[in-house]
Design a protein around this ligand. Structure first.
Ligand code: ADP
Length: 487
């Protein structure tokens, strides 16, 4: 596996030591306590250690964020905030390569895919920075104020994007931040904070406390010095965090949790071969490890043959392999734990559905799992109802459109959905009837949805709460203040 052409760039070998520690008050801070091992998902081998920040480091980070909030950050005004965020974006644009390699090493993201997504990071920052001035205008007389010190806990599936999607609206709103990245992917968060400091963000505005969920995450969630908490991760962990968040104080929360999102192919699209690459992408991108993955496919009765043929052809364009190889499009699962979870669901698939592999995994030691279909999985079973976070797509047939909508909406989750349908009005009506936060309606078979950052949405049901995207996504991290003048 170690072809010389695929070794890490020189600066990564060894990685800068600062990436193994927290980033507090504008500098690297060793926690000096227990360490957590990092495992390379492409090999299963341990390759490094990083800090468990623990309570003292969380205390220090919260104190730093408080001093920055009451100090420079709240005084500089929206224009200066926007300028600093844009300077950060410029530093990130220069560091795409390093950030991409970190994702590949830590969670096995294919290097080409990591580069492409991270390269959009500066655009995301530019977008939110451009909205800051609008934030200060208010139609109803109330003035929007930053909340203060926000805590954030993020997952590992898109290490850089997860941090940016969370951190940028929080900072744009004028808050300061203490962020705990996943224990699988701490280093890109630390590098992002380091780049922010280099770009001139004042010390304490963006602090990173690496560590495990049950120690460092729990300390952050419960911290009474946090004015608001933003979580992205599984619904079960979200429940624990909601409880911990109220143990010593109360604080507003945003929760972006799991999903089990359907993609519904309407009868007027099932014979269009151009849809299958898009269906595959929606289900299997990032080896199925994303909360908005469309992991339940609903097709008209008699459509299974088209599904199998179409997705087998699509799979041929998604080589599975070493994530360091630019030709790879599907890497390993991110961890041994995730691998075990997916194996468990595969076993259920073998017992309750007809399993159809779409391609084969490489002969290697890493946590590889090939994309598979589970045909005819029962509606009330685990494959249809539970989030798997792996490359296993359940496929079901429906009789009429009423049944299609009923099956699509029969879920504890409410994150997203995709409707493939040529009749815009009919597809739009179905979209409006679904209890989910965000729907892609694909009218032309070869069309693909873009990154819809500008349009706010909110997850529903067990997928969480809190507005994401657009001006409302920044306003979600502010609080209105009424100042009533008399006389
Ligand atoms: P996964 O199980 O796939 O890692 P999680 O939803 O558990 O996904 O993790 C998302 C984030 O939540 C990670 O940063 C993780 O460390 C953190 N986390 C996990 N458990 C807790 C907890 N009890 N308290 C606070 N944070 C937690």
């Amino acid at each position: 596996m170690n072809s010389p052409a695929l070794t890490l760039p020189a600066w990564d070998s060894p990685l800068p030591e600062a990436l193994d520690h927290g980033w507090i008050h504008g500098e690297s801070r060793s926690a000096g306590g227990p360490l957590i091992a990092s495992i390379n998902p492409a090999t299963g081998e341990a390759w490094g250690n990083f800090d468990e920040s623990g309570e003292p480091a969380v205390d220090a980070a919260v104190a730093s964020a408080r001093s920055a909030f009451v100090g420079e950050w709240s005084r500089i005004g929206g224009d200066a905030r926007a300028a600093l965020l844009l300077a950060w974006a410029a530093r990130i644009a220069e560091a795409v390569e390093q950030l991409a390699w970190l994702e590949t090493l830590e969670v096995g993201r294919p290097i080409g895919d990591a580069r492409a997504l991270i390269a959009q990071g500066p655009l995301l920052i530019g977008f939110y920075a451009s909205l800051i001035s609008a934030l200060e205008e208010s139609a109803d007389g109330a003035v929007r104020r930053a909340r203060g010190v926000v805590g954030a806990i993020t997952p590992w599936n898109f290490p850089t994007a997860n941090v940016l999607i969370r951190a940028v609206p929080i900072l744009a709103a004028g808050n300061t931040l203490v962020l705990k990245p996943s224990e699988l992917s701490p280093r890109s968060a630390v590098l992002l904070a380091q780049l922010a400091s280099e770009a001139g963000l004042p010390p304490g505005v963006l602090n990173i406390v690496p560590g495990s969920g049950h120690v460092t995450g729990a300390a952050l969630a419960a911290h009474p010095g946090i004015d608001m908490l933003a979580f992205t991760g599984s619904t079960r962990t979200g429940q624990a965090i909601i409880q911990a968040s109220a143990s010593r104080s109360i604080k507003p929360l945003t929760m972006e949790c799991g999903g089990k999102s359907p993609q519904l192919v309407l009868p007027d699209m099932i014979d269009q071969p151009e849809i299958w690459p898009g269906v595959f992408h929606a289900a299997f991108w990032n080896t199925g490890q994303w909360c908005s993955a469309r992991t339940r496919l609903l097709v008209p009765k008699g459509g299974l043959e088209a599904v199998v043929e179409g997705l087998r052809m699509a799979a041929a364009d998604w080589p599975i392999g070493d994530p360091r190889d630019p030709a790879t499009r599907l890497g390993p699962l991110a961890s041994g734990k995730q691998y075990e979870t997916v194996q468990g669901y595969r076993e259920i698939a073998r017992q309750t559905a007809r399993v159809m592999p779409l391609s084969a995994v490489p002969d290697a030691d890493g946590f590889y799992a090939a994309p598979e279909l589970a045909l005819g999985a029962p509606q009330d079973g685990a494959l249809v109802q539970q989030e798997i976070f792996g490359p296993l797509l359940s496929v079901q047939e429906y009789g009429d459109l009423d049944e299609a909508v009923r099956l699509a909406d029969d879920s504890a989750y409410g994150l997203g959905a995709t409707i493939w349908g040529a009749d815009r009005d009919a597809a739009g009506r179905i979209a409006a009837s679904l209890s989910v936060g965000s729907v892609d309606v694909i009218v032309a078979p070869a069309a693909r949805p873009g990154l819809a950052l500008g349009t706010p949405f909110e997850p529903r049901r067990q997928s969480g709460f809190g507005i994401e995207g657009g001006l409302a996504g920044i306003a979600a991290f502010t609080t209105p203040q009424a100042i009533n003048h008399a006389g």
